[in-house]
Design a protein around this ligand. Structure first.
Ligand code: G3P
Length: 216
């Protein structure tokens, strides 16, 4: 499973990329607003750091507006993935962009049948938001499992990009189901390495090593 960082924070992206943990980046208008930076500038900088797909989201709601914005975003770098909302106009834009060789991430997916439509429109990625379903007392991981089954039934090659991932448990659950990608806040990616028994083991080994009086 690939790891994408769900952030527009260049410092975090650089750190994760240097650790070799990053396969791509996703942003959205809220994350761009949080960065306090110019949208196209920050996308250009992220694309210069990360080799993999970098999602940049359109903000128009109509097909023509989405296509116009997509043209501008695609000019930034070849790894820009245009992110469109799961609406009829978004699906139409997805189909046109995908036919023109552009990577497309269809976002704000909350049902398996929406994911089927995105695959039929040629989406490179579908982004089901699992945390936001958990927020309303539904199990977001059920949605990932349903989409996995539908995509496998029909051999769609659209990648399932589990989004709104909030915890290490989410990451494990979507990996077990077979999501292709998990996009996570940087803190969640860094937390994956943690286990109290690993820390305890290191502490014990170092204490025993010290008792040998040796140096390495
Ligand atoms: O990028 C979309 C998604 O990952 C947002 O997550 O935590 O705002 O629901 P969240």
């Amino acid at each position: 499973m690939k790891f994408f960082a769900d952030t527009a924070d260049v410092k975090d992206i650089t750190e994760l990329n240097d650790l070799g943990l990053l396969d791509g980046v996703t942003t959205n208008p809220s994350l761009i607003a949080r960065s306090g930076r110019n949208f196209k500038d920050v996308i250009a900088e992220i694309c210069s750091i990360v080799e993999g797909p970098v999602s940049a989201e359109v903000v128009s709601l109509d097909y023509e507006g989405m296509m116009r914005e997509a043209r501008g975003l695609r000019q930034i770098a070849s790894n820009v993935t245009v992110k469109v909302p799961l609406t009829l106009d978004g699906l139409k834009a997805c189909k046109a962009l995908a036919s023109d060789g552009c990577m497309v991430n269809v976002t704000l997916c909350f049902s398996a049948i929406q994911a089927l439509l995105a695959a039929k429109a040629g989406a490179t990625f579908i982004s089901p938001f699992i945390g936001r379903l958990d927020d309303i007392h539904l199990d977001g991981t059920d949605l990932i499992a349903e989409i996995r089954q539908i995509y496998d039934n029909y051999a769609f090659d659209t990648e399932i990009l589990a989004a709104s991932v909030r915890t290490a448990l989410h990451v494990k659950q979507v990996a077990l189901i077979g999501a292709d990608v998990a996009t996570c806040p940087p803190a969640v990616i860094k937390s994956l390495v943690k286990h109290p028994l690993t820390d305890k083991g290191i502490e014990q080994f170092l204490a025993d090593w010290k008792n040998t009086g040796q140096t390495l």
